[in-house]
Ligand binder design. Sequence first.
Ligand code: ZN
Length: 166
Amino acid sequence: MALRSYADVPNRIVRLFLEQAGRQYDQNRGLPLFRSMTAPLLARFGNSCAYCGHATALVAEHVVPINRTAVGLHAWGNIVPACEPCNKIKAGHPWEEHPRLDWPRKSAIAAYIAEYQYQPDITELRIVVEKLYELADTQTRALIDFGLVASRPHIAGLHTSVPPSP
Ligand SMILES: [Zn+2]
């Protein structure tokens, strides 16, 4: 996999922030930290993709995307199992519009969100996230302009030759 562009750094910082905000939200709701998808969580979706129902390799999918547009959180009630194709199709789109979603699965996701009462007030969070993105973007661009992380890949310390395995 190719190294992502440095332009992606602000988005990744926003994601880290929303992961942390999600932990805080869970803690405030008296829920255990969301570490990984638990057996009960997987079971409630039939150990299959919450969108298409296929029982295959599953990833943790954020129902409300954790990006600065949607401001979803890494928290209980916002993470469902999904197959990788469905995860890719979904990307930043609203979950209700997922093309592989049928009515029973849509209801199952809605019930899961309701049970965990996932409904954070993201008004202030959105302002913080926008500011964070702006700051990170400005700082990253400054580094690029300064020539430290230009498109040329030579940053001191990154170029270590690895001896070939015997
Ligand atoms: Zn799927």
